[in-house]
Design a protein around this ligand. Structure first.
Ligand SMILES: NC(=O)c1ccc[n+]([C@@H]2O[C@H](COP(=O)([O-])OP(=O)(O)OC[C@H]3O[C@@H](n4cnc5c(N)ncnc54)[C@H](O)[C@@H]3O)[C@@H](O)[C@H]2O)c1
Length: 348
């Protein structure tokens, strides 16, 4: 069901404008074995696209072959590293769309190992774009950026005009990665746009630890009937997006020529503080418990405080709005891990 608020303004793309646009199209997804990339691959296969996945399967990251097990005959998978320019030169050739999702996603890791973050989230982005410029300038590129680039918000909700002042190395490198895309769009005509994601959750996310987000680990701990720990007083507010809604946004941006050169926030209609989120997860999961603990210093120093995004731009221009409620999305995610937990974590 579409909500009437999601009707795009005059001249904007019609709702679900992409339904017929990907049939037979060649689509490359970097990071396609990861959480968001693999959900996107499922969506694109359903739409009839020819999907090529590039992923390095570095063990600490979210890549997992099980994420595409049920579509393995319908996608091609190339285990390669986006840091390898010659691989990328070859792989971008002939693609109609490139969803550029490969990334180092841990904020803490970006502080302890800043150069790996720099290599993947910044330098590789430039070489992917160079690969496009020289080998496939007609491709449309959609980049997965992050709300982390805003840092501690100056006001809420945060819109796209908000200053960027990241609190960690990951935020700086993602910001640079994003702006390379915009510059290549503006200067070289390699059509590109960027989606600034907020906390995304859903099936196929990494849940064995908190590297991707604390949320993944919380799903696992609830299902193991263990204790979640919440830092500080638990009053920090977040907005969450269910992964199907993220996939919808990525596809809308891909097919809309008016999106080229733009950045878009996502957001949710139900900002929630972490204490209430933990309570809701324990209720829906039917197990687990939670406890407030003091902030670890290394986390507090890079925390962004309260955040929720203003997504009016993508709603008015591209007709996107969140369709999956928090309760429903959490429930679907629990259902997925109840069935597939053995593929996502080892039992102790
Ligand atoms: N999940 C979120 O809440 C969130 C929020 C903001 C932004 N993002 C962005 O969305 C993108 C996808 O994130 P995700 O949540 O699916 O994470 P993920 O870790 O599940 O997926 C990232 C994938 O990229 C792959 N990868 C990492 N480095 C690579 C390299 N050098 N070469 C090839 N592949 C490599 C990983 O193996 C993994 O499969 C990332 O760029 C991330 O920064 C995600």
């Amino acid at each position: 069901m579409m909500c009437s608020e999601c009707e795009p303004e005059n001249g904007a793309a019609p709702l679900l404008s992409y339904v017929d646009q990907f049939r037979g199209k060649k689509v490359l997804i970097t990071g396609g074995l990861g959480f968001i990339g693999s959900n996107l691959a499922h969506g694109l296969v359903e739409l009839g696209a020819q999907v090529l996945i590039v992923d390095s399967l570095i063990p600490q990251y979210g890549g997992n072959l099980f994420n595409v097990a049920d579509i393995e005959d319908q996608v091609r998978v190339n285990i390669a590293d986006v840091r390898d320019r010659s691989s990328m030169d070859y792989l971008v050739k002939g693609q109609d769309y490139l969803f550029n999702l490969a990334g180092q996603v841990s904020h803490l890791d970006s502080m302890t190992d800043p150069f790996t973050d720099l290599e993947i989230n910044c330098r590789s982005q430039l070489s992917i774009l160079e690969a496009c410029r020289y080998n496939n300038p007609g491709v449309k590129v959609v980049f997965a950026s992050t709300r982390q680039i805003y840092g501690v918000p100056d006001y809420l909700p945060v819109d796209e005009r908000h200053l960027v002042h990241p609190t960690d190395v990951n935020g700086i490198n993602k910001m640079a990665g994003e702006w390379y895309h915009i510059v290549y769009n503006n200067v070289y005509g390699v059509r590109a746009a960027s989606l600034r994601l907020t906390n995304t959750y859903g099936p196929r996310m990494r849940v064995c630890d908190a590297r991707q987000t604390f949320l993944g680990l919380w799903f696992r701990l609830v299902l193991e009937d263990k204790e979640l720990t919440i830092y500080g007083d638990g009053r920090q507010v977040r907005d969450l997006t269910y992964v199907d809604d993220v996939v919808d946004a990525l596809l809308r941006i891909a097919v809309d020529e008016g999106a080229n050169g733009h950045v878009y926030n996502l957001g949710g209609d139900e900002p929630i503080n972490l204490l209430h989120l933990a309570q809701l997860m324990v209720e829906l999961g039917g197990a687990g418990r939670y406890r407030l603990v003091p902030w670890p210093g290394n986390r507090k120093r890079i925390d962004i405080g309260d955040y929720y995004g203003d997504y009016r731009k993508i709603r008015s221009k591209l007709g996107w709005c969140p369709r999956v409620s928090l309760r429903d999305g959490l429930q679907r995610t629990f259902d997925f891990y109840r069935e597939h937990r053995q593929h996502y974590w080892e039992e102790e």
